[in-house]
Design a binder for this molecule. Structure first.
Ligand SMILES: Cc1cc2nc3c(=O)[nH]c(=O)nc-3n(C[C@H](O)[C@H](O)[C@H](O)COP(=O)(O)OP(=O)(O)OC[C@H]3O[C@@H](n4cnc5c(N)ncnc54)[C@H](O)[C@@H]3O)c2cc1C
Length: 285
């Protein structure tokens, strides 16, 4: 019990804002002072019970009101399996529409997280449903072999893409199986976005990709935003914001921290990296 509590405190204080939406709003205020925006996520995934889904949707609706009144200019990011993807298509569409419409009243952007590969098609279909409301965006993972085609389809529909490498364990039939190939595909998709999309978000801690994007932007002059996860490379995020980059930090909150933290531990390729990220000063004042 004590060990669990200790682990929870380590992660909660570094990667996760805290158990309540007010904790995420507090982090957003600190970020805003450093000219960094926030993208808030209520932790939790894979819900198939209708009352759990309803309480997740209610939480997002409360969060939207709180952001609207707080002046933090935060956006929100939702996992489709939090709001009905595993329950029914009609429930999912109803809940997503409700959230997007409510956020729109306050001028808040709603991002869709991308989860495991079996949900990609449903997530893109969901995104396309409300694409015309203009306050929405979708995450696309460069580790999936299908992603370049998905990006072309979304860009054709004037969508807003947040490009990541991908955080889940996927089979090599559908995903690139080495970090080099995933990064190469990230660079290829990024180039496509520079050539074909007016605005997009590059979500990565990979400084080589950020450097490459800077040189591409000298030529293409796009509206690029950069995004990182809270507590991984906060000091780098502050440096980027200070040097004039538009920067967003993904701020998760809630008590369902385990799966999120496990993915962060897994993707840091060695223990030294995790320790460095956990021990180095990550708080932004
Ligand atoms: C804003 C944002 C939103 C995201 N949303 C999604 C999503 O919806 N779906 C999804 O599948 N994935 C999502 N991700 C996660 C993403 O897919 C990657 O798993 C994660 O960002 C690591 O990849 P990387 O691009 O940073 O590159 P990597 O090559 O993994 O990392 C580059 C460098 O960053 C540092 N680093 C990276 N991770 C860690 C860590 N955990 N601890 C310490 N150092 C680290 C290391 O120095 C590493 O060498 C999101 C990421 C961000 C930044």
């Amino acid at each position: 019990m004590k060990f669990n509590y200790l682990i929870e405190r380590i992660f909660a204080s570094r990667w996760i804002a805290g158990p309540l939406y007010s904790d995420a709003i507090n982090v957003s205020f600190k970020l805003k002072k450093r000219h960094i925006l926030s993208m808030i996520n209520f932790l939790g995934e894979n819900y198939s019970n209708k009352s759990d889904i309803k309480s997740n949707v209610d939480e997002y609706l409360k969060l939207i009101k709180k952001i609207g009144k707080s002046n933090t200019n935060s956006s929100i990011s939702i996992k489709p399996t939090q709001i009905g993807l595993l329950y029914s298509k009609s429930e999912l569409y109803k809940n997503y529409s409700k959230i997007v419409e409510s956020a729109k009243k306050y001028g808040i952007m709603v991002w869709l997280d991308m989860e495991e590969h079996q949900y990609v098609k449903q997530t893109i279909d969901l995104y396309l449903l409300k694409i015309s409301s203009k306050n929405t965006g979708i995450c696309i993972q460069s580790y999936l072999k299908r992603s370049m085609n998905d990006v072309k389809n979304i860009v054709k529909n004037n969508g807003y893409i947040r490009l990541v490498k991908g955080a889940y364990k996927e089979s090599k039939n559908i995903a690139f199986d080495s970090r080099e190939k995933v990064t190469e595909n990230y660079a290829n998709i990024m180039l496509y976005l520079f050539k074909n999309s007016k605005h997009f978000l590059l979500a990565t801690h990979d400084l080589n990709m950020i450097e490459l994007s800077e040189s591409l932007n000298k030529k293409y002059k796009r509206d690029v935003m950069y995004a990182m996860l809270n507590g991984i490379r906060n000091r780098e995020a502050v440096k980027l914001a200070d040097s004039g980059h538009k920067m967003i930090i993904y701020v998760p909150y809630g008590t369902q921290w385990f799966k999120y933290s496990y993915r962060r531990l897994r993707e840091a390729s060695n223990l030294k990296l995790v320790l460095r990220s956990l021990l180095s000063r990550q708080n932004i004042n």
